[in-house]
Design a protein around this ligand. Structure first.
Ligand SMILES: NC(=O)c1ccc[n+]([C@@H]2O[C@H](COP(=O)([O-])OP(=O)(O)OC[C@H]3O[C@@H](n4cnc5c(N)ncnc54)[C@H](O)[C@@H]3O)[C@@H](O)[C@H]2O)c1
Length: 348
């Protein structure tokens, strides 16, 4: 088992290992929790794991309930959120009780937001089940739901009290979802370099999975600890995201987020190389990394994407903050005037 300690405004541990879900009750008792636990999950994950988690909780003296919603981003909305709040109230949950997310990033974001706001905040524990959630969304305290006008427009910063990833959950994760998680993994590999880059360059295996997740979580931990509410440094985690959000909007979310991020990293690497800011040798290493992970994609050309950049959340006034690549393990925040963006990308 691996453990990463996150020292955010509320400190918590991230535990990664095989068979951990069978001990969730023990860990909750260690945290001082008792009483009711609302297991929040989706229609793909709940039939696989929710009963097992509930049984373990009953065995340890907890009173679990299960709230399940239709799998998919379409459910990350105010309706599902208010349904969950209503169920918490109907089941008599109070501030001493716990919300437990059991699922991918959609479940974690939604359950976390409900936990942050129900009775002004009740205990929250996250059990990610997708690769993307394990390496990225379950850590850092961003919770949210979508509005018809855009993704993640309503939310709160709310740190979990524990994140527990049972690596056995990976066995049921479809290939497309693994690839999607690897897209965010590529982002960490380029941001950090070193061991994460080496692991992903040689390919993720059951042997290096725990190390890879722990290293990615640790990379996110360092950035979140330095800048919990995204005043500056945390924006580095947006590497590839300006392009990714444009691809997602243009394709109406047919291209999954992680895959779009990997394409964003590719575009930014190519741009940095063309601008002479990234050594060719490093650019080729990033290309090989993408190839190894089945993510060397050619999606929408940059000319089609630029018009969507001005809607990006990384825009402040007339300036767009891009995460640029000066080297593997050396990414920077670069402000570009919105009007200069086409020129910056070599499009006239
Ligand atoms: N809070 C943050 O910091 C943050 C960061 C990145 C992404 N996100 C959010 O995360 C979401 C994407 O997360 P995701 O990719 O995990 O999506 P998801 O939660 O929709 O999960 C992807 C699919 O995999 C299924 N699944 C998950 N675990 C499984 C398992 N073990 N076995 C079988 N099927 C399984 C789900 O049911 C779903 O169909 C987006 O809403 C995004 O906005 C949040």
């Amino acid at each position: 088992m691996k453990k990463v300690e996150v020292h955010a405004s509320t400190p918590y541990d991230v535990l990664i290992g095989s068979g951990l879900s069978a001990k969730i009750g023990e860990y909750l008792i260690e945290l001082g929790r008792s009483g009711k636990v609302m297991i929040v999950s989706d229609t793909h994950v709940a039939p696989l794991y929710a009963e097992g988690v509930a049984d373990e909780l009953v065995y340890r003296g907890f009173e679990p309930s299960i709230f399940t919603f239709d799998a998919g981003e379409e459910s990350k909305n105010l309706k599902t959120y208010t349904d969950l709040l209503a169920f918490l109230a109907e089941e008599g949950f109070t501030r001493t009780d716990t919300v437990l997310a059991l699922g991918g990033g959609v479940v974690g974001d939604l359950a976390g937001f409900a936990a942050a706001t129900y009775m002004r905040g009740i205990h929250f524990v996250n059990m990610p089940t997708s690769l993307l959630a394990a390496i990225d969304s379950s850590v850092g305290g961003k919770t949210a739901v979508d509005l018809p006008q855009g993704k993640n427009l309503v939310g709160a910063f709310y740190q979990p009290e524990l994140v527990l990833f049972d690596t056995d959950f990976m066995k049921s994760l479809p290939y497309d979802e693994i690839r999607n998680g690897l897209g965010e993994g590529v982002k960490y590999a380029v941001l950090e370099g070193g061991e994460i880059f080496d692991i992903l360059s040689s390919g993720l295996t059951s042997e290096n999975l725990e190390d890879f997740i722990a290293l990615s979580v640790d990379a996110k931990r360092r950035i979140v600890e330095a800048d919990e509410k995204e005043g500056g440094l945390r924006k580095l985690l947006n590497l590839g995201h300006t392009v990714a959000h444009a691809v997602e909007t243009l394709t109406e979310f047919v291209v999954p987020h992680g895959v779009a991020v990997a394409y964003g990293v590719r575009v930014m690497a190519r741009l940095a190389c063309d601008r002479g800011e990234l050594a060719e040798e490093e650019f080729f290493k990033i290309e090989e990394l993408l190839l190894e992970n089945d993510l060397a994609l050619e999606l929408n050309p940059i000319e089609e994407l630029i018009p969507f950049f001005s809607a990006d959340k990384k825009k402040a006034g007339k300036t767009l903050t891009l995460v640029t690549i000066a080297g593997i393990g050396d990414c920077r925040l670069t402000d570009v005037d919105i009007e200069d963006v086409p020129h910056y990308f070599g499009v006239e």
